[in-house]
Write a protein that binds this ligand. Structure first.
Ligand SMILES: Cc1ncc(COP(=O)(O)O)c(C=O)c1O
Length: 448
């Protein structure tokens, strides 16, 4: 394949140069030929190249600098950070440095950082801690579009006598703050709301929410797993009491996270045992992952401004080109309040999974943003909460970029997308038939 592409490139380049310099063909024909050749080369390269990873909201590549700092803690420096001896003590110092680095990314004090095993643990720990600290209060407020790490805990709490209000979102995935205000009572123990949505990238007005929550004396927990490293966070000036983050979304390894707990907030540990993490999370620390998380946090701070600008530019170019070249597609979610790296696009009349499989053939990794990947046929709860029509709901794809995404990779995705959508639509019996599509989807859901 590599040789084939090289030959093709050489052959293709000759007429390109000839046409460009001599402009022998009429202008429209020249453009068409150049365009076709350019995209054919890109497609060939896409097929033979490494994977094009546009699924960074699912997980990210571990930064090589992060791997480097972490490795010695898997070999030479294996001491327990809680030990009294110097061998363990030097590991304890490294953990302290990592804690400072993570705290700096959040604009927090290092004493306010509790290392956890992942974002899911952080969310669970925050919710349970808030309820244990205020046993007299039995009401929780969250949203319909949270990650399962929050939603499923809330559902379980309902079976244990708690009342949960699930705030709705509008067609753009935004909350109605009046609905929040109307739901808050003196019995509300906790409001737990995500900073940014993992599927659409929609950002919620966290500080405006926090001001209302404080008026009612409830605790405010924010799942910032997707926001951290993509938008600046400053806990010093924030209304947030607890905030969850996760390492593998910011180029650290999987299996490490942190929970910010504002100083003075009454906290009850979720994991009970030893005295680690100032008694807030028992269990010997995952030292190599903590060291890696610290370095990743430092790098995120360093790159944040420039990387997010670049990612937004690449994302916008991808999005605008796809919208301009493919009919019947639209962006899902508020385009003005969105993470810089995320776009979720609905392609009418086709299945997202079919698009993903086609992209996969070119080595392009994206996500359908739905629960289908985890074995369920049900469409995404986030897009359903937004009230998207069935025609778009099933054909939605999330592309999520990172600081390693290149212009060329975006070109390669653009080069293959129209063809994929066109081919799948040609096979779809429901092209331009909203009623037929709707009926078929209703039947599918009825059988679930
Ligand atoms: C918004 C949000 N919260 C929580 C999590 C869970 O994080 P982890 O995978 O570290 O458990 C994720 C993971 O995708 C997420 O996107």
């Amino acid at each position: 394949m590599q040789l084939c592409s090289k030959i093709f490139r050489a052959v293709a380049k000759a007429p390109l140069i000839f046409i460009a310099t001599h402009s022998l063909l009429p202008q429209k024909g020249t453009y068409f030929l150049l365009h076709t050749l350019h995209f054919t080369i890109l497609k060939l390269e896409t097929m033979q190249n490494h994977c094009i990873y546009l699924d960074n909201n699912a997980t990210t590549k571990v930064d090589p600098e992060v791997v480097e700092v972490m490795l010695p803690y898997l070999s030479e420096y294996y001491g327990n950070p809680s030990s009294m001896h110097t061998f363990g003590g030097q590991v304890g110092k490294a953990v302290k440095l990592a804690r400072t680095q993570v705290a700096a990314l959040l604009g927090a004090d290092e004493s306010e950082i509790v290392f956890t095993s992942c974002g899911t643990e952080g969310d669970n720990a925050a919710i349970r801690a808030a309820l244990l600290a205020q046993p007299e209060k039995r009401h929780i407020i969250t949203t319909e579009v949270e990650h399962p790490a929050v939603l499923n805990v809330c559902k379980q709490l309902e079976t244990q006598g708690y009342t949960v209000t699930y705030l709705s979102v509008n067609g753009q995935g935004q909350l109605d703050l009046d609905e929040l205000e109307a739901s808050l009572t003196g019995n509300t123990a906790l409001v737990t709301i995500m900073y940014a949505n993992n599927e659409t990238g929609v950002i919620f007005p966290i500080e405006q929410i926090g001001l209302r929550v404080k008026e009612y004396g409830a605790l405010f927990h924010v799942d910032a797993v997707q926001a951290v490293g993509k938008i600046p966070l400053n806990m010093k000036t924030s209304t947030v009491d607890m905030l969850t983050i996760s390492g593998h979304k910011i180029h650290a390894p999987k299996g490490i996270g942190a929970l910010y707990v504002r100083r003075g907030v009454r906290f009850r540990p979720f994991l009970i045992g030893g005295h680690q993490e100032r008694g807030r999370r028992a269990g010997t620390e995952n030292v190599p992952a903590i060291i890696a998380f610290g370095k990743a946090a430092e790098l995120e701070m360093l790159h944040l401004e420039e990387a997010t600008k670049r990612e937004a530019r690449l994302r916008d170019r991808l999005e605008q080109t796809l919208l301009a070249t493919i009919p019947d597609c639209e962006v899902n979610g508020d385009p003005t309040q969105r993470l810089p790296n995320t776009t979720n696009i609905g392609f009418k009349y086709i299945e997202g999974e079919a698009i993903l499989l086609s992209l996969n053939k070119y080595g392009i990794c994206a996500s359908s943003g739905s629960a289908c990947t985890s074995g369920s046929l049900e469409p995404s709860h986030v897009l359903r909460a937004m009230g998207l029509p069935y025609t778009t709901l099933h054909g939605s794809i999330r592309f999520s970029l990172c600081r390693y995404t290149t212009d060329k990779e975006i070109d390669q995705v653009i080069a293959v997308m129209s063809e994929i959508v066109e081919r799948l639509r040609a096979l779809s019996p429901f092209k331009n038939d909203d009623a037929g599509w709707l009926q078929q989807q209703a039947q599918t859901l009825a059988h679930l």
